[in-house]
Design a protein. Structure first.
Length: 133
């Protein structure tokens, strides 16, 4: 049941005759939508699983991966993680989360988007940034 004198402000416009529950739903939707705007959905090419990670972390890791793989170098996963950590150290970025977990998540998404290729050479699994053609 809506209260007669209740008011809510929506984008600086006053709306009258709004129930408390409607106000609560409005503000919860606003909070939820802000959180969703700051997430990036990552897709795993092997399992089809989708993960949402923070957009800033995605940008940081994708930049670090690109820098590590620049010049068409093909490197192993271990070397890629070491390069990401070195990138963060050089940029004086303190990253308290698991570099390996976020790196594989972002790498898999970049692979899904055909920006990285993973292949085998002489028994080693290698990764490299794809050249634009």
């Amino acid at each position: 049941m809506r209260g007669i004198n209740e008011t809510v402000f929506q984008d600086k416009k006053e709306i009258k005759n709004v129930s408390f529950l409607d106000k609560l739903n409005y503000f919860m939707a606003k909070i939820t939508s802000k959180k969703k705007e700051k997430k990036v959905e990552c897709l795993n090419p092997h399992t089809g699983a989708r993960l949402n990670i923070d957009a800033e972390i995605y940008k940081l890791l994708s930049t670090a991966i690109k820098q590590t793989l620049k010049g068409g170098k093909a490197i192993t996963w271990t070397d890629l993680v070491a390069g990401i950590k070195e990138y963060m150290k050089n940029k004086k970025i303190v990253f308290s989360k698991s570099v390996e977990w976020y790196a594989i998540t972002v790498k898999n998404d970049l692979e899904t988007n055909h920006l990285i290729e993973t292949f085998f050479e002489k028994g080693k699994k290698l990764n490299r940034w794809k050249n634009k053609s």
